[in-house]
Design a protein around this ligand. Structure first.
Ligand code: NAD
Ligand code: TYD
Length: 338
């Protein structure tokens, strides 16, 4: 059987590692190459069980380094481009790496994609944050982009740059805009793993502002299934929303986490709000559903299972938190007490 060469950038991160694992399991004809810089968020441990898989190659490198990333793109039939700086709070404190990796790094890959001879799909992993905050209704793929923080703006730049390489050079680009993901191996700076791991240790969970911001939660497995479908059935030059359809207010999410772990609500510590904090994201997913995709993981079960996963996998997150003595204090107080 001849194998399909799939390049996954950022494959040692949260969603990327879930994708690499599921791709190797679901596609016996794929050879997957992970290209990852191993920033603070990228970890070999995220791929521990597939690192030495016979159909997996790991390359430690920067997408911005065209000498490394270029030939990998040129050899690929499918590129799934996850690599990015991803944490909104970090982008508010210092945006430079976001512009460099998310925008310029995408440019480096797209230039190589122009030269690639057998490339049939370039998936640009964008985000629902490019739409900005939506007070009511649901964002459609054709809606105006109104990103409101440096992370979202850098992703919007990459999103449109990728589209332009389809329109101008016929690179087979598909842009996906997913909602907030949850699942195993998510860096514990993001709200679910941060709150779960703090609660396990009986330390406060810092809830921003009034806690009434709404996010639409998507299980990483459902995200991976959508990407699989789009690689084959999506149309070049198109944008697809990928949303779980689980709108939850942060304060409700927090109560669910604490109650699942049997911890008191008194752990909730209101802190000052994130500047420019988007109130709500919500995606209209009818375009993707029209291709036959529906999310399979109900949020109630998925959230419980993932809390249990973090509880059972302290080997994974405890060294991250302990290796950075400032971790707890920093993430608890970065916007100060309210
Ligand atoms: P993550 O921060 O967990 O992982 C990012 C990965 O990219 C890390 O492994 C990191 O080492 C790697 N990376 C960063 N800079 C790099 C560079 N210059 N060269 C090579 N590798 C580099 O992120 P994630 O949450 O898994 O998100 C993955 C993608 O999905 C991102 O593009 C993000 O914008 C998008 N997205 C995430 C969510 C979410 O809820 N997490 C939702 C929608 C879209
Ligand atoms: P986050 O996981 O950072 O994802 P995003 O900003 O991409 O949506 O945050 C999810 C929500 O949780 C967001 O509304 C901000 C809020 N939040 C807190 O209330 N406290 C925290 O410590 C963090 C990290 C997030």
């Amino acid at each position: 059987m001849s194998s399909v060469n799939v390049l996954v950038t950022g494959g040692a991160g949260f969603i990327g590692s879930n994708f690499v694992r599921s791709a190797l399991g679901r596609h016996p004809d794929w050879h997957v190459t992970t290209l990852d810089k191993l920033t603070y968020a990228g970890r070999r441990e995220n791929l521990h069980d597939v690192m030495d898989h016979p159909r997996h190659t790991f390359v430690h490198g920067d997408i911005l380094d065209g000498a490394t990333s270029g030939p990998l793109v040129e050899r690929a039939e499918v590129v799934v481009h996850f690599a990015a700086e991803t944490h909104v709070d970090r982008s508010i404190l210092a945006a430079g790496d976001f512009i460099r990796t998310d925008v310029e790094g995408t440019f480096v890959l797209l230039e190589a994609a122009r030269r690639a001879r057998s490339l049939r799909r370039f998936i640009q992993i964008s985000t629902d944050e490019v739409y900005g905050s939506v007070a009511s209704g649901a964002s459609r793929e054709t809606d105006e982009l109104r990103p409101r923080n440096p992370y979202a703006a850098s992703k919007a730049g990459a999103d449109r740059l990728a589209y332009s390489y389809w329109a101008t050079y016929d690179v087979p680009v598909i842009v996906t805009r997913a909602s907030n993901n949850y699942g195993p191996y998510q860096f514990p700076e993001k709200v679910i793993p941060l709150f779960v791991t703090n609660a396990i240790d009986d330390i406060p969970v810092p809830l921003y502002g009034d806690g009434r911001n709404v996010r639409d939660w998507l299980h990483a497995e459902d995200h991976c299934r959508a990407l699989d479908l789009l690689i084959d059935a999506g149309a070049s030059g198109e944008v697809y929303n990928i949303g779980g359809g689980n709108e939850v207010m942060n304060v409700d999410l927090t109560h669910r986490i604490l109650s699942h772990l049997g911890r008191p609500a008194s752990l909730i510590t209101p802190v000052a709000d994130r500047p420019g904090h988007d109130r709500r994201y919500c995606l209209d997913t009818s375009k993707l559903r029209g291709l036959g995709w529906t999310p399979q993981v109900p949020f109630e079960r998925g959230l419980g299972d993932i809390i249990d996963w973090y509880a059972a996998n302290e080997w994974w997150w405890r060294p991250i938190k302990e290796s950075d003595p400032a971790f707890r204090a920093y993430y608890r107080t970065q916007y100060g007490s309210r």
